[in-house]
Write a protein that binds this ligand. Structure first.
Ligand SMILES: CC(C)=CCC/C(C)=C/CC/C(C)=C/C=C/C(C)=C/C=C/C=C(C)/C=C/C=C(C)/C=C/C=C(C)/C=C/CC(C)(C)O
Ligand SMILES: C[S@@+](CC[C@H](N)C(=O)[O-])C[C@H]1O[C@@H](n2cnc3c(N)ncnc32)[C@H](O)[C@@H]1O
Length: 377
């Protein structure tokens, strides 16, 4: 056995022993009782118990939030303080039910008591400041239905449920009509500013002349870039029924002269050429490895020498945000029926395989919402 292999195997066996010892201790009711009573370990024990309780009960918190959004309770409180009785009449829930909801929401900092009335709480205020989150919560009903039996979902390899139906247009023959693409495109457009803000702060778009946003939906990201970088010519490539929405949006925003529209499928149509920057915003993670790699290869072939590809999306193994990438998006994409969240290192390895010379991860202010990898052809 070579020295590095021996070293690796010794380290692995030391770590295995340590983890077995640690887990035995943490599982022991005697140790748990001792840690909760001893003044030195009590804060840690309480924090761990709280963390575990949140994990066990998190779906109830999410459903409390869902009720606040569905009834419009948060928006109503956004207009000013309200009593429970006044709110009850507006949201069509009996006063006892409204009070129960308000108390639950207060525990989650969504609302706050102010004398005899109620106002928006600190978490509620942050949520109201990010429009797209409320829409995300509203569409979680679909994911919630699919996750009612998570083991069945895992056993059947994902898809086949409510969320897959919502998304199905991209796989459908003809790739969707105006009616079937509308709900999803609207949802993506509503949540797009969260991602655009991070991406625009992370990368200097002004260094480019012509940008193509592949899978750009109804053009929300292109519109944000247009507002930040007046010199850039912009284009969007998406399924024909989706880009029809982008065309209307650009015309309404007075961007018709600065933007081009390409309708097609990157599964079967060539990637348009003539752009020195191509972007994939919340697109790569939607696809299984074979489709994702074929797309990266096609983009590499379409870029001029020195041209760049920018990938922006939530990623796996994000320090401090592991549950968002690996748990939330891992199960979301499973329910959707294709794709997976990838770690930056995996994306960079795929970029290398696709023929990109260099790539790097750029820092973003809120990596939980989006990370950015840029690659050079
Ligand atoms: C004022 C005083 C007293 C003190 C100030 C202290 C201080 C500095 C406080 C900071 C307050 C502050 C600025 C808070 C900011 C909070 C923010 C920005 C919160 C943002 C939260 C974002 C969330 C929760 C985002 C959720 C996003 C979701 C769930 C996205 C889902 C996306 C999906 C499903 C996308 C699907 C696309 C597909 C199919 C995968 O491709
Ligand atoms: C998650 S959405 C992201 C939309 C937008 N980039 C954003 O961040 O809001 C994925 C987009 O990829 C598009 N898409 C899916 N399959 C496609 C295909 N085969 N060819 C072109 N676009 C496709 C969808 O229509 C959708 O607009």
């Amino acid at each position: 056995m070579s020295k590095p292999v021996l070293r690796k195997s010794l380290l692995l066996s030391a770590r295995t022993s340590w983890l077995a010892w640690r887990n035995g201790l943490l599982a022991s009711p005697r140790f748990q009782r001792f840690a909760a009573r001893c003044w030195l370990t009590r804060p840690i024990a309480r924090a761990r118990a709280r963390g575990l309780f949140d994990l066990v009960a998190g779906f109830v918190y999410s459903q409390t939030l869902a009720a606040c959004i569905a009834t419009g309770l948060l928006d109503r409180l956004g207009d000013g303080p309200q009593t429970c009785d006044a709110l009850a009449a507006q949201i069509d829930v009996p006063p006892e039910g409204t009070l129960r909801l308000l108390r639950a929401a207060a525990a989650l900092r969504l609302v706050e008591r102010l004398g005899d009335a109620w106002v928006v709480g600190s978490a509620g205020a942050a949520l109201r400041g990010n429009g797209g989150i409320a829409e995300m919560v509203a569409h979680h009903g679909l994911l919630y239905a699919d996750l009612a039996d998570p083991v069945a979902l895992l056993r059947r390899g994902g898809g086949g449920g409510a969320l897959a139906g919502y998304w199905g247009y991209a796989e459908a023959p003809g790739a969707g009509d105006a009616e079937s693409v509308a709900p999803y495109s609207r949802l993506m457009a509503a949540s797009q500013p969260l991602v655009a803000a991070q991406t625009l702060d992370a990368y200097r778009f002004a260094r480019h002349r012509r940008m193509l946003d592949i899978g750009g939906g109804e053009g929300g990201f292109v519109e944000s870039v247009a507002a930040r970088v007046p010199t850039l010519e912009l284009a969007v490539f998406d399924l024909p029924a989706v880009v029809a929405r982008a065309r209307a949006r650009f015309a309404a925003a007075g961007l018709g002269g600065r933007t081009s529209i390409h309708g097609g499928s990157f599964r079967s149509d060539p990637v348009p050429q003539g752009y020195d920057l191509i972007t994939l915003v919340r697109v790569l993670h939607d696809h299984d490895d074979s489709v994702a790699l074929a797309l990266l290869r096609a983009i590499r072939a379409a870029l001029p020498p020195g041209g760049r590809l920018l990938i922006a999306e939530p990623m796996a193994q994000t320090p401090g945000a592991e549950p968002a990438g690996d748990a939330y998006f891992g199960l979301y994409l499973l329910a959707m029926g294709s794709g997976r969240p990838r770690a930056p290192a995996e994306i960079r390895a795929m970029l290398h395989t696709a023929g990109f010379a260099r790539s790097r991860l750029l820092p973003t202010a809120l990596p939980i919402t989006c990370r950015v990898v840029v690659a050079e052809a």
